[in-house]
Design a protein around this ligand. Structure first.
Ligand code: HEC
Ligand code: HEC
Ligand code: HEC
Ligand code: HEC
Ligand code: HEC
Length: 265
């Protein structure tokens, strides 16, 4: 863990108001608590005020995170569970952050003072791809997140961060998928080389910018036992696809690799 802020007796938690308004907190810390290293260059009032605001913001964030959870974890989820996740416990996805709350708060204050480069996790760790994949391992995923962490996808990631599950599956949204499924355009705008006997052809679909049609024939992860149809007539209609992306009502059929109800790692 990071070095504690003050080695003396005064406890920043006990003395500083949680919603410390600007300069007051800044000055107090300035005078009595902050180690000398952090004071260099705090000459002007403006600088001090800026630091004060930063500390106030950090305390505000700490307050929200620590106190919005409660021990039963049920107090303030951000919104309804996504389809399929209704029966999960908070702790299935939210792992506790390292260290005691006091250590986390000290690290957060150190960040506020500029003595630490990255903000610490307070209360809970961010939910990573790993957490999702512990239950949703799909060895044959057509679009595995790790593929898109590669540098060659730098530009694509700016449009759609396909290296993160939660880009498309925003949790606590009550939706299956957070967008309308037309992001295929980012990576597949050159389907000219595809010579599959479908009607209309892939090059025709791309020329007409028919990105609304892709998911009528294809599922994104390729995790269903099925073959893509060959005509739009045999495909799902657009409205049915949009409904699926919203409610998660089953669409593409039986799964190849179903989810496990528990983290298996
Ligand atoms: C299926 C996984 C999952 C479950 C179950 C889940 N969450 Fe979350 N939660 C997430 C993800 C993903 C985020 C947004 C990304 C992040 O901040 O890590 C999030 C964000 C949050 C946030 C906002 C935190 C922040 O830093 O923005 C709170 C508060 C929260 N969840 C509370 C809860 C509570 C309370 C429960 C149980 C009722 C719960 N969650 C169940 C995945 C989950
Ligand atoms: C503790 C295990 C667990 C964790 C962790 C978990 N899930 Fe799930 N998830 C499930 C179960 C069980 C279902 C319901 C069964 C199903 O639909 O396959 C489900 C359903 C889903 C569905 C809907 C599936 C469908 O066909 O309707 C999506 C999308 C999903 N999870 C994404 C995620 C993402 C993204 C994360 C990480 C933020 C995550 N899950 C974390 C167990 C988990
Ligand atoms: C770029 C967008 C995107 C990303 C990133 C993404 N998904 Fe999906 N996912 C979708 C879309 C679109 C669907 C709807 C098609 C469907 O239901 O098969 C879907 C469907 C699912 C389903 C239900 C169908 C199935 O395959 O079982 C699960 C579960 C799921 N995603 C989990 C995940 C997990 C876990 C991650 C991260 C490892 C992830 N997704 C990353 C777009 C995405
Ligand atoms: C972030 C980039 C990216 C996005 C977004 C994306 N794909 Fe892909 N897709 C790929 C890559 C890379 C492959 C691997 C095959 C290749 O080299 O073309 C692939 C392969 C495929 C395949 C062929 C799988 C096979 O081998 O049979 C299909 C079908 C497909 N994508 C459909 C879609 C659809 C539909 C969407 C939108 C819902 C989509 N993709 C979005 C990058 C992407
Ligand atoms: C009428 C149904 C249909 C529509 C609409 C459709 N496809 Fe396909 N697609 C197919 C079929 C059939 C194949 C060949 C079998 C397979 O790979 O599943 C295919 C193959 C592919 C492949 C793999 C090509 C290869 O080299 O193996 C990619 C990538 C792809 N489609 C992307 C897209 C994208 C992006 C869209 C939206 C513009 C789209 N498709 C719209 C039916 C469709």
């Amino acid at each position: 863990m990071d070095q504690p802020l003050n080695s003396g007796s005064s406890d920043p938690l006990a003395s500083a108001p949680l919603n410390g308004a600007g300069e007051g907190v800044g000055e107090r810390v300035c005078r009595s608590q902050a180690p000398a290293r952090g004071l260099e260059g705090w000459s002007s009032r403006k600088d001090r005020r800026k630091v004060g605001y930063r500390i106030g913001a950090v305390f505000g964030a700490v307050f929200l995170v620590v106190f919005s959870w409660g021990d039963d974890g049920q107090v303030l989820a951000k919104g309804p569970a996504n389809p399929g996740h209704e029966a999960l416990e908070c702790a299935d996805c939210h792992d506790p952050a390292e260290g005691t709350v006091r250590q986390q708060v000290q690290a957060a204050v150190a960040f506020g003072l500029g003595l630490r480069e990255t903000p610490p996790a307070v209360g809970r760790l961010p939910v990573s791809n790993r957490v999702c994949m512990d239950c949703h391992e799909r060895k044959a995923d057509l679009h595995p997140t790790h593929e898109f962490t590669e540098p060659k996808y730098f530009e694509e990631r700016k449009e759609i961060a396909a290296d993160q599950c939660i880009t498309c599956h925003k949790e606590h949204s009550g939706r299956h998928v957070a967008n309308t499924g037309q992001f295929c355009s980012t990576c597949h705008s050159d389907l000219g080389a595809i010579d599959k006997p479908i009607q209309p052809t892939h090059p025709e679909l791309v020329a007409g910018e028919r990105w609304d049609t892709c998911m009528r024939c294809h599922d994104y992860h390729g995790n269903h036992v099925r073959e893509a149809p060959r005509t739009l007539g045999e495909a799902f209609d657009g409205r049915t696809v949009l409904r699926h992306l919203d409610s998660g009502a089953p669409l593409y059929g039986e799964k190849r690799e179903p989810a496990s109800g528990e983290r298996t790692r």
